[in-house]
Design a protein. Structure first.
Length: 102
């Protein structure tokens, strides 16, 4: 089953909810397409980001039956990890390429 961007946004938001439960209120990441994940002006620290990536990978593996390693992003993909929208676009592209057409 090929993913839709809406499904992936749902997975990302679910993962953010789980990570946010471990963060103080003033450090929580908003569930919005332009929310900053890493880098400038806030975002997750390195441990929070690793936890977030692991959750997204686990949820994608469960839903789509395929393992994708998001931690292995090349330097050219670093910008794709900056905010939720870019991350969702990158995830959609990677999963779409990895899942064969039925």
């Amino acid at each position: 089953m090929k993913p839709t961007k809406e499904e992936l946004m749902g997975i990302i938001y679910e993962s953010l909810e789980e990570v946010n439960e471990q963060l103080p209120n003033d450090q929580r990441i908003q569930k919005s397409p332009d929310a900053i994940l890493v880098g400038r002006a806030g975002g997750l620290d390195s441990l929070g980001f690793v936890n977030f990536i692991a959750l997204v990978e686990e949820k994608c593996a469960h839903k789509y039956g395929i393992t994708v390693s998001l931690a292995e992003a090349s330097s050219s993909e670093d910008a794709a990890l900056e905010d939720v929208e870019r991350f969702a676009d990158s995830l959609f592209q990677r999963l779409s390429e990895a899942i064969p057409d039925v």
